[in-house]
Design a protein around this ligand. Structure first.
Ligand code: NDP
Ligand code: MG
Length: 394
């Protein structure tokens, strides 16, 4: 029996890895929607190869190019945020949410409304609107499966376990490209420096977030939202080899570690085949060859993002929405060369502080509309505050 699949963010790193797995077992799948952004040639090529029902670019001005690239084929074309939602409303058994940023929230939300399986790589949607997303899944009998490697690891360590017996959840971090840089040097780090990730091959934004530890900060909050574990039970551990992805500690003293290669096709494949395990084209680890695994405590002075994430988890309510939006703006300004690498955490902290005087951060989020309003307000404030930072010499 074939399964119908849609992939949001198909042209990105996660999207391409998902298509790689599907390509190896082509006859088992029928592709409904593939979506992308600026990479029109990739989107069109994949839509043709996989016989997609519809190809959507999130950018309206890219529609003529997409139309041209797919002229004479049976693939439908559409563009813009509304078209993404329309694509998410098309029935599919399994949907991959792999758009980068809060832009992934609305399509994921819509996919859940049809009571299907949502494989969630887009961590930003859980950080931004975790309680809403989880409630939406429950209300429609839909299932969310984690794709972020650490969360897939925790999910796997929890199979057959009682969440009430969990004492701690530890997610690991490679530490990113700048792990060993002293504070003075970090202030001068360039985009190129931050992109030199030691282990994982990922999209540009998440790679820079790894270097600043904002990726791990988002993942702490993601852990809180996905598994419902209390913030004080969640921690991060530096593990330079990126082979142990997470550890779950139980009240009897057992610590269950998930060990696997640093290849996202493991976590994607687990979500694609769940609840079964299928043969995956990933490296088999030889621990005797690897020899040793190292662990260290993260340095929150050089990387304040983790401290901010703990504050955000304690506040709850809208704090995650503000944190994520401020982080996205800070990253835009760092990539544009407007602010220093270390200016990103300063900007996020200042924005959280500024917004806390404007809205009641603690209040529970109750609708997608309020989340989008808070997200918008945060982006306006963060952009204003970024100007002040730009005027401050590094
Ligand atoms: P990429 O940057 O490689 O890909 C992002 C995808 O989203 C592309 O298809 C891109 O289109 C599309 N896109 C960009 N902007 C928008 C927008 N405004 N609206 C709609 N679509 C858009 O990202 P990754 O694949 O690395 O990451 C995707 C998600 O998965 C992120 O949330 C990330 O945190 C998460 N993740 C990624 C991991 C990885 O290994 N890469 C690991 C764990 C989680 P185009 O490229 O055509 O412009
Ligand atoms: Mg991860």
């Amino acid at each position: 029996m074939t399964r119908s699949v849609s992939i949001f963010g198909a042209t990105g790193s996660i999207g391409q890895n998902t298509l790689d797995l599907i390509r190896r077992d082509r006859a088992s799948y029928r592709i409904v929607a593939l979506t992308g952004g600026r990479n029109i040639s990739q989107l069109a090529q994949d839509a043709i190869e996989f016989g997609a029902e519809i190809a959507v670019t999130c950018f309206e001005d890219a529609l003529p190019d997409l139309r041209r690239a797919l002229a004479g084929t049976s693939v439908q074309v559409a563009a813009g945020p509304e078209a993404l939602i329309e694509a998410a409303d098309r029935p599919a058994d399994w949907t991959m949410s792999a758009i980068v940023g809060a832009a992934g929230l609305a399509p994921g939300f819509h996919a859940l409304r049809h009571g299907r399986t949502l494989a969630l790589a887009n961590k930003e949607s859980l950080v931004t609107a975790g309680p809403l997303l989880m409630a939406e899944a429950r209300a429609h009998g839909a299932r969310i499966l984690p794709v972020d490697s650490e969360h897939s690891a925790v999910f796997q360590a929890l199979v057959g376990e009682d969440i009430a017996a969990v004492e701690q959840v530890i997610i690991t971090a490679s530490g990113g490209a700048l792990r060993d840089w002293p504070a003075e040097r970090l202030a001068k780090a360039t985009v190129k420096d931050a992109l030199a990730h030691p282990n994982w091959d990922m999209g540009q934004r998440i790679t820079i977030d790894s270097a600043s530890m904002f990726n791990k900060a988002l993942e702490l909050i993601e852990t809180r939202e996905f598994f419902g574990v209390a913030p004080e039970k969640i921690g991060a551990l530096i593990h330079p080899q990126s082979l142990v992805h997470a550890l779950v500690g139980f009240q009897d003293g057992a610590l269950m570690a998930h060990i696997g290669p640093h290849d996202m096709r493991h976590a994607i494949g687990y979500a694609l085949n769940w609840p079964e395990r299928q043969n995956l084209p990933v490296e088999r680890l030889n621990l005797a060859d690897i020899g040793s695994l190292d662990f260290a405590k993260p340095d929150e002075t050089r990387f304040p993002a983790l401290r901010l994430a703990r504050d955000v988890m304690q506040i709850g309510g809208h704090a995650g929405t503000v944190f994520n939006a401020a982080k996205e703006v800070a990253l835009d300004h760092f990539i544009a060369g407007d602010i220093a690498f270390t200016g990103m955490s300063a900007l996020v902290e200042d924005t959280l502080d500024a917004i806390s005087h404007e809205i009641r951060l603690h209040d529970a989020i109750n609708s997608l509309e309020t989340v989008l309003e808070t997200d918008h307000l945060t982006r306006v404030r963060a952009n204003q505050l970024a100007k002040t930072l730009q005027e401050t010499p590094v």
